[in-house]
Design a protein around this ligand. Structure first.
Ligand SMILES: [Fe+2]
Ligand SMILES: [Fe+2]
Length: 169
């Protein structure tokens, strides 16, 4: 049902989602090292979501009888200049994933695979949300600058982030 090209691209995406989870865990550890529990919490929830994205693709491939292929993951970045640098790196990463997903969606449309194009719609919308959320935090961090009190306030705000229910497919 899936073309070889889409199977390869979806597997690549699955591995990218796993790498994203790995990336956010590494970012979480940067925050934990600085006792920024709210920022760390946000990153760990983000990692969980990325793992769910990987699982969603796993299930899709598996349901279609396609092969799920795991690759070695790159070492995630753990050295950053500042908290803002962490979030700017996250923002660039999310934008890159949005571009990749858009590319796969275009291939699905070209191949008239409406099922896969429909499956990817959820991911495209999710990316819009993730880019927006990360962008908002970057903007707040730019306003705060070096102000310790502002950082602690944002830390408290991010501590309240709730686990989102997995959206229906
Ligand atoms: Fe993701
Ligand atoms: Fe993401």
């Amino acid at each position: 049902m899936l073309t070889e090209k889409l199977e390869t691209l979806l597997n690549k995406q699955l591995n990218l989602e796993l790498f994203s989870a790995y990336t956010y865990l590494a970012m979480g550890s940067y925050m934990d090292e600085r006792s920024l529990d709210g920022f760390a919490h946000w990153m760990k929830l983000q990692a969980e979501e990325e793992l769910q994205h990987a699982q969603k693709i796993y299930t899709y491939l598996s349901d279609l009888g396609a092969k799920v292929r795991f690759e070695a993951l790159d070492r995630p970045k753990q050295e950053f200049d500042s908290i803002l640098d962490v979030f700017q790196t996250a923002l660039e990463h999310e934008k890159k994933l949005a571009r990749e997903l858009n590319e796969i969606s275009s291939v699905a449309s070209e191949e008239r695979d409406n099922t896969t194009a429909g499956f990817l719609d959820w991911f495209l919308n999710e990316q819009v949300e993730e880019v927006a959320q990360t962008n908002t935090i970057c903007d707040k961090l730019k306003l705060i600058g070096e102000d310790g009190q502002g950082i602690l306030l944002l830390n408290n705000e991010l501590r309240d982030r709730q686990r989102e229910a997995m959206a229906e497919e």
